[in-house]
Design a protein around this ligand. Structure first.
Ligand code: CTP
Length: 410
């Protein structure tokens, strides 16, 4: 009996082409992608058609080059079909306008709707004038997209369409093809193939069966670190005392271990630490525990005296057991002398990076959606990350982790 499982077809690449002069290079790109045996579905914005004819792209792809959300006689919802069927979506060139629409989640044409409708990896290849490339809005939109797991290739520097020179040229078609090939082999970003262990939230130490000793940490920064690490390609374990749920797009890449006390957190981290490439210790672990009473302390018995017992320093313990090549990141929750205290913790804890947090600063620290930190390192100047979403702060921290891992791996 022949097997009922159909043979997998060739990889399907949706090639988005936005409206810039570099659109002419998409013809060469299609040729090269097809030479590698991939099926290519060209999707153009209407503006792209001012720079290169759909007939050219259709002829090279061997299938129509689509522009419209509503003109397909075979399906009323082409963006879903294109998005779901793609193994990889590449946009080359990606213009400032296309990047902005994607970052905002607009879906006002076939290409932007397809970008929203896909779960396939997305590679953006920006091309634009240097001034546009260097504008803060393009930079921030791309940072947002990177943090969501979008891969960005280029632009290269060199002669531009206006006769001047600078960064803004579309990456070479061969470099784009090479990245697509890596993506099809499983590459998802700078943390691809890395195991990242993240701790989050404030631990709770039982006083009696009803009451706990805890702190104000919500676990949001740790959650953001876990989600962003997963979007950058890592295989993540999140050990958390927080109550948040991992976002659906990365739920499969993040193993969540829920803990309550400092001792449970220490045990859970110890189980995973040896195989982790990086540990990011964002949890606010209790420094003290209480000998928990087995029964509820009754009001009628009068105010009790709680004897606190020092809890072990989990991070310092793990740092002492680290193997070469592992990257360790600690946090410092401070209220005074932030950098001096954090500098001391960098040394005392034996970590590579120490993220200093003034938890009294407006909009930063516990229970806020935003954060403002300074990243201290042993061999680099402090990096100040201005007030931004906890996702953006996570990206800045994880970029440093990826760079350290890269250095260690060489
Ligand atoms: N940490 C830990 N185990 C503890 C306490 C803290 O692993 N029992 C970790 C935290 O997760 C953080 C770092 O150590 O990454 C610094 O935590 P912080 O609370 O700022 O400092 P402490 O070491 O507790 O020192 P202090 O409270 O005196 O500032």
């Amino acid at each position: 009996m022949p097997s009922a499982t159909p043979e997998p077809g060739p990889y399907r690449i949706v090639l988005g082409v936005a409206g810039g002069v570099a659109a002419y290079k998409s013809a060469e790109l299609i040729r090269r992608l097809r030479a590698r045996g991939y099926e290519v579905e060209p999707v153009m914005t209407r503006e792209a058609a001012r720079f290169i004819g759909p007939t050219t792209l259709a002829a090279l792809a061997g299938r129509p080059a689509r522009t419209e959300l509503f003109d397909d006689p075979t399906t009323p919802i082409p963006h879903t079909r294109l998005g779901q069927g793609a193994d990889c979506v590449v946009v080359a060139p990606a213009t400032a306008h296309l990047i902005a629409r994607y970052a905002l989640g607009l879906a006002d044409d076939l290409l932007s709707a397809t970008l929203l409708a896909t779960r396939a990896p997305v590679v953006l290849c920006p091309a634009m004038h240097t001034e546009m490339w260097e504008s803060p809005s393009v930079g921030e939109n791309l940072a947002t997209l990177r943090r969501r797991g979008v891969l960005v290739l280029g632009p290269d520097a060199g002669p531009l369409a206006g006769g001047d020179e600078g960064p803004g040229r579309l990456a070479e078609p061969e470099a784009i093809c090479a990245l697509v090939a890596r993506v099809l082999e499983g590459y998802r970003g700078p943390l691809s193939g890395r195991r990242v262990l993240v701790s989050a939230g404030g631990t709770r130490e039982a006083i009696d069966p009803v009451r706990v000793l805890t702190n104000r940490s919500s676990g949001r920064q740790g959650l953001a670190l876990a989600e962003v690490a997963a979007r950058l390609g890592a295989d993540v374990t999140l050990v958390t005392a927080g109550a948040h749920e991992v976002a659906p797009d990365v739920a499969r890449a993040v193993t969540v271990v829920r803990v309550e006390s400092a001792a449970q957190m220490a045990d859970a981290l110890a189980r995973d630490f040896a195989r982790a490439d990086a540990l990011v210790m964002a949890a606010a672990v209790s420094d003290f525990t209480v000998g928990a009473r087995p029964e509820k302390i009754k009001r009628a018995d009068g105010a009790p005296t709680l004897a606190l017992v020092a809890a072990p320093d989990v991070l310092a313990g793990l740092a002492a057991a680290r193997r070469p090549g592992q990257v360790l990141v600690g946090f410092a929750a401070e209220t005074t002398d932030v950098e001096a205290n954090a500098q001391h913790k960098l040394e005392a804890k034996g970590v590579d990076l120490l993220v200093a947090n003034d938890v009294t600063a407006p909009g930063a620290g516990f229970d806020h959606e935003t954060n403002e930190v300074v990243i201290l390192a042993r061999d680099a100047a402090p990096e100040r990350v201005a007030l931004a979403s906890k996702g953006a702060v996570a990206e800045a921290i994880l970029a440093r982790v990826a760079a350290l891992l890269e250095r260690g791996a060489r």
